[in-house]
Design a protein around this ligand. Structure first.
Ligand code: MBD
Ligand code: FE
Length: 283
C-alpha cells in the first residue's frame, strides 16, 4: 500500500540517489592500484561462480536485479547496508584513531542542517512526541579531556515510525535534524526523542534481496552523529540503545559495543544519557 504515510522504496531510494548525485565525488586511485583491485574483484567473482556452480538463470536474475536496484535508486541504500561497514573499518584502522569510535554514515545524511544552541530541543512535530523523550548530553573533548570550544554535533535520526525527513513524504524538511553548537567548554544538552528501529523498505530490490536469502530487514534504533571541531579529525558515528531490538543483529553490521547507550530516568522522569565525544588531532 502506498500512502503519504508509507514511503516507498522508489521514493526514499530516488531521494537518496539524487542527494548523492548532487555531490561530485573523485578519488586519486592510481592505475596500479585500480588494476590490483580489479584483478581481485574479478578473481573473487570467478571463485564464487565456480564454488557455487552459478547457473545461467541465476546470472540473468542477477542482471535484472542490478538493473532494478538502479531504477529504484537503491544503490546508496544497498551499498551502505552491505558494504559501508567494511570501508569504515579500513578508515578507522588506517588512520589509527584513539578517540570515539566511528560507524557508517548511511544514505540519509544531509549537510548544513539548521544551527541549534548547546542546550536545545530537536525540531519535531507534535505527533513525534508519542515517542519517549530523550535527553542526550555530553562534552566534546580532545584526547587529553579538554573541552573543545567551537565544536559542532550534527545529529539526525528517524522518527517514531522509523522515517527520515527528506527521504519520506510529508515530513518537514529539517525534522529531527540539527547542527548543535557546543558551549565554551564543549558541552551540549539535546532534548530529542527515542527513534524507532529502521526497517529497510520491503517493496524494492534491497528488500527482495534480503527476502531471497531469508534475512531480516531491520536496523536497531539509532542516532546518527557527525562531530567536528577546528583542528580535529571529524568523526561520523551512530549510537544505539542497550537491550533494544536488533542491537545484536543489525542488517547493516554497524553496531560496536562502545556505541551503546543506557539512558536512565532523570529527576523529571525523562530518560537521560551522557555521552562524551573524544576527537583525535587532525592528521
Ligand atoms: C539507515 O537509517 C541507516 O542508518 C543505514 C546505514 C542504512 C539504511 C538506513
Ligand atoms: Fe539510519
Amino acid at each position: 500500500m502506498t500512502t503519504m504515510e508509507n514511503p516507498t522504496a522508489h521514493g526514499s531510494g530516488n531521494a537518496a540517489t539524487d542527494k548523492f548525485k548532487s555531490e561530485r565525488v573523485t578519488s586519486d586511485t592510481s592505475v596500479e592500484r585500480a588494476s590490483a583491485i580489479y584483478q581481485d574483484v574479478i578473481g573473487a567473482f570467478a571463485d564464487i561462480i565456480q564454488k557455487h556452480q552459478v547457473t545461467y538463470d541465476e546470472y540473468r536474475v542477477l542482471k535484472q536485479w542490478l538493473i532494478d536496484v538502479g531504477e529504484y535508486g537503491e544503490w546508496p541504500l544497498w551499498l551502505d547496508v552491505f558494504l559501508e561497514h567494511e570501508i569504515e573499518k579500513v578508515h578507522y584502522n588506517r588512520k589509527g584513531f584513539t578517540g570515539t569510535k566511528g560507524s557508517i554514515e548511511g544514505p540519509y545524511y544531509v549537510p548544513d542542517s539548521p544551527k541549534l544552541p548547546a542546550k536545545c530541543t530537536m525540531p519535531m512535530r507534535e505527533k513525534d512526541k508519542v515517542a519517549p523523550p530523550l535527553v542526550f548530553k555530553g562534552q566534546v573533548t580532545d584526547l587529553e579531556g579538554n573541552g573543545l570550544h567551537g565544536a559542532t554535533v550534527e545529529l539526525w535520526h528517524a522518527d517514531e515510525e522509523g522515517f527520515y525527513s527528506q527521504f519520506a513524504p510529508g515530513i518537514p524538511e529539517w525534522n529531527l535534524r540539527g547542527t548543535v553548537e557546543v558551549d565554551e567548554n564543549g558541552n551540549f544538552e539535546i532534548t530529542t526523542l527515542k527513534p524507532a528501529p529502521y526497517k529497510i523498505p520491503a517493496d524494492g530490490p534491497t528488500g527482495w534481496f534480503i527476502n531471497s536469502y531469508g534475512g531480516h530487514p531491520w536496523r536497531p534504533a539509532h542516532l546518527h552523529l557527525m562531530v567536528k571541531a577546528p583542528g580535529k579529525r571529524a568523526i561520523t558515528t551512530q549510537l544505539y540503545f542497550k537491550g533494544g531490538e536488533w542491537v545484536e543483529d543489525d542488517v547493516a553490521t554497524a553496531v560496536k559495543p562502545e556505541l551503546i547507550l543506557d539512558p536512565q530516568p532523570n529527576a523529571d522522569g525523562i530518560d537521560e544519557v551522557t555521552y562524551n565525544f573524544v576527537l583525535d588531532p587532525e592528521a
